[in-house]
Structure formats: C-alpha cells, structure tokens
Design a protein around this ligand. Structure first.
Ligand code: SF4
Length: 236
C-alpha cells in the first residue's frame, strides 16, 4: 500500500496517545470545504511513501510512539488497508482510523478482526439526505445510507471499539441548531468533537473566504450538544 502523506509525530490524532499519521490518496466524497483537494482528487501528483518506510519509522521510534493514525482522503476505499494494518498490529502498535463512514462492511470487519483500536468518524451535517448531499458533495443516496450504518455500528454498546464522532463547524453549512440536531441523532455517543474550520485551501474556493465561528460560539455549541453525549469537546 502507498501513502500520500506522512506526519511522523502527532499528539492530536489519537486521544492521549502519541502517534504517527499516514494519509491515503483519493476519496469518494467531495466536501466543498475539504482542505486536501490535491490529496483527494490529484493524489498521483504527490510523492508516495511505502508501507516499509512507515513500518521502519514506527519500529525505530517504538519508545516514543504508541501507534499509527490512518487518515486521508478516505482510507476505507483501499482494500489493501487490511494487509497494511495487519502488519502494524503484528508490531504491537495501536491503530486509529479516520473515515467518512462510507464503508460499513470494512469497518465491521476491521473491528471483528481486532485490527483497529480507535475510529474517528466524520459527520458532515444532520443525518438527512437533503443536508448531507450538500455538505459531503455526493449525489449517491446509498453512500449516505452507508454512513448511517457505520454510525449505528459504533453506537452499539458492544461495538468492540473506542470511537469519536466529529463535525467540522463550517459556517453556512453547519449552524448551531445543526450541531444540536446531530448530537440528538447520536444520543449517548461516547465522544463528539466539534472541529474548528480553518479556511486555507478548500475544494470549493468560496469556502476560503469564510470567517470561522468564534471560540465563544463553538463553546456555546459544545455546552448544548454536551447534554446529549458523554463527552463533547472543541478541537482546533
Ligand atoms: S473532507 Fe470530504 S472530500 Fe475531503 S477527504 Fe474528507 S470526506 Fe473526502
């Protein structure tokens, strides 16, 4: 398996752990606010990092690293992920995965085979097709159904894996009442993270001009959403 980005140390991708992060190329969504358009739509333009390079790094820094977070793009569009994660687990590292939730079958299999220890699933908008298709830039309702299926897998008390749901608070796309609606839809979830939107390069250039929500507004959303989930926090 090849990767299109490699961050050797991160303190934020996996709660309370120090991990390296790999980024897979390609994605089946087209979120207008996506901040990795090259990684998602033009991955061949980026240099590749091999599985061996990643594993050698992890092994050489074993003393300092708890594990590996796999991000994208969308990691679960790659069937080779299974073999790759198997090698990381053989070395005894924790594995976290960040996903848009569009592959519930793979998610289920990874959990059943005990290949992943932490899942971060992005919820782009309230779980209604009319809203989701805009926020995720998709026109395939089946993909949306699959996201909901993945969410249900994680919400089961006996899911067998630790997780967080997260929403990027993009002004205009996700309003205060939308955050509350999502929190109600994932009621009793272990952890819900509101991510600050930081305008830089975005897929749809209009989003580069957006003014992010203030810290106070995010905190207000967090407090209200916190009534529905076990832990609600702001990141970024
Ligand atoms: S933000 Fe959307 S388009 Fe970009 S990688 Fe994530 S799911 Fe794919």
């Amino acid at each position: 398996m090849e990767f299109k980005g490699f961050q050797k140390t991160s303190l934020i991708e996996y709660p309370d752990k120090v991990v390296s992060v790999v980024f897979t190329g390609g994605c089946n969504f087209k979120c207008p606010f996506c901040q990795n358009p090259d990684l998602v739509f033009n991955p061949e333009s980026l240099p590749s990092i091999s599985t061996d390079e990643v594993i050698s790094h992890l092994v050489s820094k074993r003393k300092w690293l708890d594990g590996l977070a796999i991000s994208g793009g969308e990691p679960m569009i790659h069937q080779a992920l299974f073999g790759f994660i198997g090698k990381i687990k053989e070395e005894g590292f924790l594995v976290g995965i960040e996903t848009n939730g569009s592959n519930p079958e793979m998610l289920k299999d990874l959990i059943t085979d005990k290949l992943i220890d932490y899942v971060a699933l992005d919820i782009k908008a309230p779980l209604a097709w009319e809203r989701y298709k805009v926020a995720a830039g998709i026109d395939d309702e089946d993909l949306f159904r699959r996201v909901k299926e993945s969410i249900e897998i994680l919400l089961k008390p006996d899911s067998g894996v630790d997780y967080e749901f997260r929403t990027t608070a993009v002004p205009g796309l996700v309003k205060e009442e939308d955050i509350l609606e999502i929190a109600r839809q994932i009621k009793r979830a272990k952890r819900y993270v509101l991510q600050q939107f930081l305008p830089s390069i975005t897929l749809d250039k209009q989003y580069e001009q957006l003014k992010p929500y203030s810290k106070e507004m995010l905190e207000k959303m967090r407090k209200k959403a916190g009534d529905y989930v076990e832990i609600c926090q702001v990141r970024g």
